[in-house]
Design a protein around this ligand. Structure first.
Ligand code: TLP
Length: 344
């Protein structure tokens, strides 16, 4: 199977498994796991923030961020295709009791004027705007990169109103490689950032939430409330630390693979690539073939390709560390075969 469902599907490398086996551990709820402490310190440094918290998932990191930044009844500004809005089970409503104010965006970039227009005036009738949310790379538009300049502009705007900015940087390493901008440079334009260790980096589990020390201490309590107080978590922190320390230049290969595959798909009659492939995702439009994305996903499976439906006629294909150049050639052949089968 060529698994292009997500970059979350990678398996730990032999080196990572070795790091897991040899990890020094302790009880992290007591703050005694040396591997977790090292990972958090390293991650904070990488993001240019005072402190960082190791969380079980991107979702937990995002939710801990919302809960720490906001109070019930406040309003959260984000784009209407944000992962937080679409794919986290309504957690912000369920846990934080905040209201979502969603705005349209161009590949995840909401116009600063629209953000400014959505910030609530101080009036007894209105909720207070408690947080501005951006996602980099932007998943739903196919892994688009939000530039550091754009982030800077939004942060300057938010600062004028005294509102914090959070970046859901689940794929900030992809953004960093694609734009040639260090993670720290992106994170500088945000109050807090969450990034995933289990996606492009290929670590098996976990994410990081980074911010200033006081924020992270409060987030630590929210993590505990959310059931994320882990014990000998060093066994999962160690492979993540390895991934961070070894550098992530290898991600450029995932991007190259995505553009090769996208190019091949765009030459197939009836199929279109909807996004400009900037990182590791391809949004394949199946409309012209007259078949839904679900039909396509089933047919691709018969050709040993796993993909996900990302809309009625949109199939998402995601490259990652476990996909080789040969897999890309095989995937190209498989998609071609599926096209012939489906067209009859
Ligand atoms: N995204 C997953 C699915 O949930 C859609 C994927 O396969 O892309 N922020 C962003 C931008 C994400 O894409 C994801 C995962 C998360 C947060 C949540 O991370 P996890 O899965 O670790 O909770």
């Amino acid at each position: 199977m060529i698994d292009l469902r997500s970059d979350t599907v990678t398996r730990p490398t032999a080196e990572m498994r070795e790091a897991m086996a040899n990890a020094e551990v302790g009880d992290d709820v007591y703050g005694e796991d040396p591997s977790v402490i090292e990972l958090e310190e390293h991650a904070a440094q990488l993001a240019g923030k005072e402190a960082a918290l190791f969380v079980t998932s991107g979702t937990q990191g995002n939710q801990a961020a919302v809960l720490t930044h906001m109070r019930q009844g406040e309003e959260l500004i984000m784009d209407d295709r944000a992962h937080l809005f679409l794919y986290e089970g309504g957690a912000t409503a369920a846990f934080a009791g905040v209201q979502s104010r969603t705005l349209s965006s161009e590949k995840g970039q909401i116009l600063p004027a629209d953000i400014a227009g959505a910030i609530r005036p101080n009036d007894v009738h209105f909720p207070d705007t408690g947080l501005i949310w951006l996602e980099n790379t932007h998943n739903k538009s196919g892994g688009s990169v939000l530039s550091a300049d754009y982030l800077k502009e939004v942060k300057a705007l938010a600062d004028r109103y005294g509102i914090p900015v959070h970046i859901d940087g689940a794929r900030i390493f992809n953004a960093s490689i694609a734009a040639g901008v260090p993670v720290e440079e992106f994170a500088r334009h945000a109050t807090t950032i969450q990034f995933c260790l289990s996606k492009g980096l290929g670590a098996p589990v976990g994410s990081i939430l980074a911010g200033d020390r006081a924020f992270i201490e409060r987030a630590r309590k929210w993590r505990k409330r959310l059931g994320g107080g882990l014990r000998q978590a060093g066994v999962i922190a160690a492979p993540a630390l390895l991934a961070l320390k070894n550098g992530f230049d290898f991600i450029s290969q995932d991007h190259e693979h995505a553009s090769i595959l996208a190019e091949a798909i765009s030459n197939m009659e009836g199929l279109t690539v909807m996004n400009e492939v900037e990182t590791n995702m391809i949004m394949m439009d199946t409309f012209e073939t007259g078949l839904s994305s679900e039909d396509w996903v089933s047919e691709l499976k018969k050709q040993n390709i796993l993909a996900v439906s990302f809309g009625p006629f949109t199939v998402r294909l995601t490259t990652h560390r476990d996909i080789s150049r040969t897999d890309i050639s095989r995937a190209t052949d498989g998609i071609m075969k599926a096209l012939h089968q489906l067209k009859g």
